[in-house]
Design a protein around this ligand. Structure first.
Ligand code: ATP
Ligand code: MG
Length: 352
């Protein structure tokens, strides 16, 4: 979606506007709160630059007493992408997210959301964001609907939207049940519903799958993909690496407070020179067959388990492997290729 920079006529602050070409967008200056409109230009529209990232974190450092939880972290979340934020327990994910939302004060660094500096105009910056915290909390004596209605005003959401979200997240039959009586997964679902109130352009989700059953995990994944289709930028921290690999455009990996990598999963795999694995099942293993596969140029490692060969090799080796096995008298029953997984990438970047 095109972005455009507009200068506030009153205080001359530069504001970044996003919209479709020809669309007139209502905007409020984050500095002086002047309300105005801007029409997104066609050929003149500024292409997205790194400085126009939906979320830009630069040199963020945060310590608790003498312990540095996040050290000099920098990354850019581009508009409209799903950005995965990964790291082991205690790596600094939640600390980074809290700093991004100005819920804790950073020691150093700058964070902008939609071009608005969070430490200076926290309230304005947060207007762009739907947030799912790591520990979701609600008013325990109120129902799901009463809770959402409490947040609806500030998010400019209607009662219909609250009811719709409650039903979309599988809580439609909770009726008069108070949230204090909800299970962990039910609270998590309600937390996601709250994050989506008012269709914010940016979602920041800290472990959205926490406490959810498999159906809940799929529901949240589908919702995230649906929001991306609508143009929403999504920043998501998660421990479910297979799912992150499936939905994220790019990921950043944080380890002991330091961002150790950021790229697409494929980009990270190729930087690490990770190879695919070809698993071949034969009807009978023989030393000749094993030797034939090991002798092939481009084969890096062969592990034998019963009638199964696990072959780590360069890409596009399948045909050569099949030929070598048949020439050595082997009879192939099954062959599978497994591309490098995000799990392998994660393990390599977070090794002690
Ligand atoms: N308020 C606090 N006071 C002191 N130390 C803190 C505080 N908050 C976080 N920490 C420490 O900062 C480090 C990073 O914590 P953080 O919650 O950001 O990790 P995380 O990556 O979100 O982990 P998890 O995957 O377990 O949620 C941890 O060592 C934690 O103990
Ligand atoms: Mg956390």
């Amino acid at each position: 979606m095109p972005t455009q920079q507009v200068t506030c006529p009153q205080c001359h602050t530069t504001v970044t506007v996003t919209g479709n070409v020809g669309e007139t967008v209502v905007l409020i200056c984050p500095q002086c709160h002047l309300k105005g409109t801007a029409t997104i230009q066609g050929s003149d529209a500024t292409p997205a630059r790194t400085s126009d990232g939906a979320i830009v974190v630069s040199n963020l450092t945060k310590s608790f007493n003498n312990f540095i939880a996040v050290k000099n972290a920098s990354f850019i979340v581009r508009r409209g992408e799903i950005f995965g934020f990964l790291g082991p327990n205690g790596a600094g994910k939640t600390t980074t997210i809290k700093a991004m939302l100005d819920l804790i004060h950073a020691d150093a660094g700058t964070i902008t959301i939609n071009g608005v500096d969070v430490s200076i105009h926290g309230k304005e910056a947060k207007r762009f964001v739907g947030y799912l915290p790591e520990k979701v909390a609600f008013y325990e004596n109120l129902t799901a609907l009463q809770n959402l209605m409490f947040y609806a005003e500030v998010k400019h959401a209607s009662q219909e939207e609250c009811s719709r979200l409650i039903s979309e997240f599988g809580l439609g039959d909770t009726g008069k049940k108070r949230v204090g009586k909800f299970s962990k997964g039910m609270v998590q679902r309600l937390g996601m519903a709250r994050a989506l109130l008012g269709s914010p352009p940016i979602l920041i989700l800290d472990e959205p799958s926490g406490g959810l059953d498999p159906r809940g995990v799929v529901l949240i994944r589908d919702k995230i993909l649906e929001m991306k289709k609508k143009g929403t930028t999504i920043f998501v921290s998660s421990h479910i690496l297979s799912e992150v690999q499936e939905i994220c455009d790019r990921v950043a990996i944080i380890n002991r407070g330091v961002i150790v990598a950021q790229d697409s999963v494929e980009g990270l795999s190729s930087k690490l020179n990770l190879k695919p694995l070809i698993r071949v099942t034969v009807d009978a293993m023989s030393p000749a067959l094993e030797a034939a596969v090991k002798a092939l140029p481009g084969v890096h490692r062969v592990t034998i388990g019963g009638n199964v060969l696990d072959i780590i090799c360069d890409g596009a080796m399948k045909a050569k492997i099949i030929l070598a096995i048949s020439t050595a008298g082997g009879n192939i029953q099954n062959i599978q290729t497994k591309e490098p997984t995000l799990e392998e990438v994660f393990m390599r970047y977070t090794e002690a």
